[in-house]
Write a protein that binds this ligand. Structure first.
Ligand code: SF4
Length: 231
């Protein structure tokens, strides 16, 4: 069976399973070569809560671009304390002064794709190149629209990596119901009305989850879900 057919078969097998069941399946099949990423959105917090039940040893990566809100870093420390998660924090290889000298302090405005590539995509790509990871758990959902509208439960990310999106078919309402029902902590800026919280310079209040990022720049993705190296 080719890789595409194998991924199709996995999607058929997982059809109808709950997000928790999908995480349990991923842990059985891929641990210890399984990891998760989070940016602390509500979906990400639901995923983390399920992961604590199903596979608490799974590494959880957080990419510290150096541009996060202080509230985000405080929230990370709180989640470590309250949920017992030990994050693997990835940082850009290029020191901030060198980055600012090379690309200017307005790079995130003039060339956000470059800024994201250096500060967000490359740290994950570098970690992947040495981790031996085979499967990646992410909280992205099809109902977030845009490039995420076609999200499947399992996708071939290339380079021997499968991306698994247990919440792919959940709606934002289902995510909100889950975090409320289980008392899952949520990012304080989400609670103050930001629909999506990323780097401080690129996050605004907006009507939709993805519209609140890079407003007016014609950009809706940092790149880790869209331009990591592919086959
Ligand atoms: S979200 Fe903005 S500040 Fe963060 S890495 Fe991307 S362009 Fe740079």
């Amino acid at each position: 069976m080719g890789e595409e057919a194998a991924v199709d078969a996995l999607n058929r097998d997982l059809d109808g399973k709950t997000p928790l069941e999908i995480i349990q399946w991923a842990a059985r099949r891929f641990a210890p070569r399984l990891f998760a990423t989070t940016a602390f959105g509500r979906g990400g917090m639901a995923l983390l809560h399920m992961l604590r039940q199903a596979a608490p040893e799974t590494p959880v990566l957080f990419i510290d671009t150096g541009y996060h809100f202080p509230e985000t870093l405080e929230f990370l420390a709180r989640i470590e304390r309250e949920m017992g998660v030990r994050f693997t924090v990835l940082r850009p290889a290029m020191p901030r002064p060198a980055f600012l000298f090379a690309f200017g302090d307005d790079c995130h405005q003039r060339d956000p794709d470059r800024c994201c590539a250096i500060n967000k995509v490359e740290p994950l790509d570098t970690w992947l190149s040495t981790s031996g990871a085979r499967a990646w758990l992410t909280a992205i959902r099809a109902d977030q629209g845009g490039a995420r509208a076609s999200t499947r439960l399992v996708e071939d990310q290339g380079n021997g990596l499968l991306k698994i999106a247990p919440l792919a078919r959940w709606t934002l309402e289902e995510v909100n119901e889950y975090v409320t029902l289980h008392g899952v902590p949520t990012h304080p800026l989400n609670d103050r009305g930001y629909p999506s919280v990323g780097c401080q310079p690129c996050t605004t209040m907006a009507a939709g989850e993805r519209e609140g990022r890079w407003a007016g720049a014609g950009k809706t993705e940092c790149g880790i879900h869209t331009f990591l190296p592919r086959k």
